[in-house]
Ligand binder design. Sequence first.
Ligand code: FAD
Length: 564
Amino acid sequence: HPSSAKLLVLSSISGGGLVAYADLPSDKEKPSLALEHEGTRKKRVLVLGTGWAGISFLKDLDISSYDVQVVSPRNYFAFTPLLPSVTCGTVEARSIVEPVRNIVKKRNGEVKFWEAECLKVDAVNKEVICRSYVNENLPGKNDFSLEYDYLVVAVGAQVNTFNTPGVSENCYFLKEVEDAQSIRRAVIDCFEKAVLPELTEEERRINLHFVIVGGGPTGVEFAAELHDFVHEDLVKIYPSVKDLVAISLIQSGDHILNTYDERISSFAEQKFQRDGIEVLTGHRVLSVSDRLIDVKAKSTGENVSIPHGMVVWSTGVGTRPVVKDFMEQIGQGNRKVLATDEWLRVKGCDDVYGLGDCTTVDQKKIMEDISAIFKAADKDNSGTLTIEEFKDVIEDVTIRYPQVELFLQNNHLSDITDLLKGVDGNEREEVDIEEFKLALANVDKQTKSLPATAQVAAQQGAYLARCFNMREKCKAEPEGPRKFRSGGRHEFRPFRYRHLGQFAPLGGEQAAAELPGDWVSVGHSTQWLWYSIYASKQVSWRTRYLVVGDWTRRFVFGRDSSRI
Ligand code: FAD
């Protein structure tokens, strides 16, 4: 059996996209001789991941221009915003997934999909090592290597336990479809255990204490779903224990939904209070055992042990090992998340792009760039800019850095306008750069990372696909800054995130929404808006039909409580 090193050798000899010793591509899959010839063959684009970012990239990419390969350990795309609904059977798991092969088959070219996990990115040799878990017949450790010309890293993130003792062993997570299915079974289990004979009331009560850690949108939505499931369906079939059920939500910050408008956050807190969901804000989890969760109140320093039936851990995300390893190789080892520039190119290595939850745009570099732009504009080193120069600089900065534009639009346009006005209210002739730095300090705060959301990931995927589709057209002008100040503006416009708003379903057919333009909407009508938007956002007509069917079934028959 050849070692993976031998496989790598084979791989470089072939010059083709894929070499797996025992699973050589069929003749149809082999690149033609003509294409194999360097220079005439299509460039190989390798996409890692079939989540929001990867699929959105693939859907918009002009497949006919590239030799496209996709690697992902799951052969489907999952509509993650509906995962909390899967935990309680409001929507079935199969209704929110679409096979990758279905999504890519309708394209004007072939996309090769390999169900495997990428273990290592070798940016120097431009190849990745992958491991298949489905084909037991592959030799060695089922490893194979793939070469690329362009690599798109869209592997998302993994759950983050913050190294809290006992969390990995004793908590449920809500990240993947399998997680949602496990939670659904565990909830029913807790009810079945609680009604067994010979238990004390206290034991029944403990079995029916559901604890959720994390007051972000996922934790809150799960708490709301669980509350509805329990009160609309389970209490009817487990009437003997209906008064013993308790749901607690633990949040380390001072409020739940603290990334939302505070009107939404307080609406959610009040609604949960009315629903009897206990919200413990300002509490940090110290450890979790199979029966107890130990928490510390931040204000008093008091430690409390809370008995539980099950705990769902939903406190943010961390970096996947394959990305960590890659970051170390390219000099980003001291960072938490893979940094890209604003064209989504991974910093520190060529031809690798990063999308979605596994990446962040390097903010420090952005601030350095902005300072450099001002310095370059101040040609006579006077420390001042004329109004015209100043306006020019602002325009360039906002074109390159959409976050700054968003910031200016949303909050501090007045800061800039004030700078342009003198004490008498008339426009000044010059603007002091030092004075501007004060405004810039505010911008600095605002240029924080984009949120790890499907919205960002999907927009990044679509943006990168557009850049790839234009690459041929722009060949005459090689990629890179062209006329940006001293160097020039980049061939493609930088990635610009358009925030389209966010929802928080709160149960009882009520939802909250934060819409562009500082609009906040809460209540039953917002829930209907949520239904229509989430139905329209489905990736295929098949899933749209299934999801709407599930919602209708739930309205008519309630949720299914079988433990399967
Ligand atoms: P993912 O969608 O996680 O995709 C990563 C892909 O990479 C997967 O296909 C995975 O199998 C694959 N992969 C993993 N490891 C490897 C490897 N080693 N090699 C190859 N492939 C690999 N966002 C919103 O905007 N709105 C919401 O309402 C919302 N609700 C959410 C609810 C839940 C329960 C969760 C968990 C998330 C929610 N999000 C929501 C966040 C959103 O799902 C993520 O931001 C989004 O999925 C990020 O997209 P991504 O493509 O970066 O990663």
